[in-house]
Write a new protein. Structure first.
Length: 104
């Protein structure tokens, strides 16, 4: 609003990130992934594990367990330090993952 303090508003936004499934709270983050997957009715999930982002990279094991129990859909992880790295490994992993789905 016009009468609000932008610095205070931004501070409140940052303090409340984990309640929205963003930030360092792994349960909130993984629950947000599950919620989005349900809403989008996905057939599987490819998790992009960027090693430099610890709040996201470290939650894959928890996310995978939740997907198995709550969604029962296939999941795989691709990982790299820099974009363009491990291209052949990523291709192989994604090709194997895609074989889990019926051809349309």
């Amino acid at each position: 609003s016009n009468n609000s303090d932008p610095i205070e508003d931004y501070a409140n936004f940052l303090m409340n990130l984990t309640t929205k499934g963003i930030g360092c709270d792994q349960n909130a983050l993984t629950n947000n992934y599950i919620k989005s997957a349900r809403e989008l009715n996905v057939d599987g999930i490819v998790f992009n594990q960027v090693f430099g982002c610890h709040s996201i990279a470290n939650c894959y094991a928890l996310l995978r367990r939740k997907i198995r129990t709550k969604l029962s859909i296939p999941t795989t992880v691709i990982n790299f330090n820099k974009i363009g790295e491990n291209i052949e490994q990523t291709r192989t992993r994604l090709e194997a993952f895609m074989e889990m789905f019926p051809k349309r």
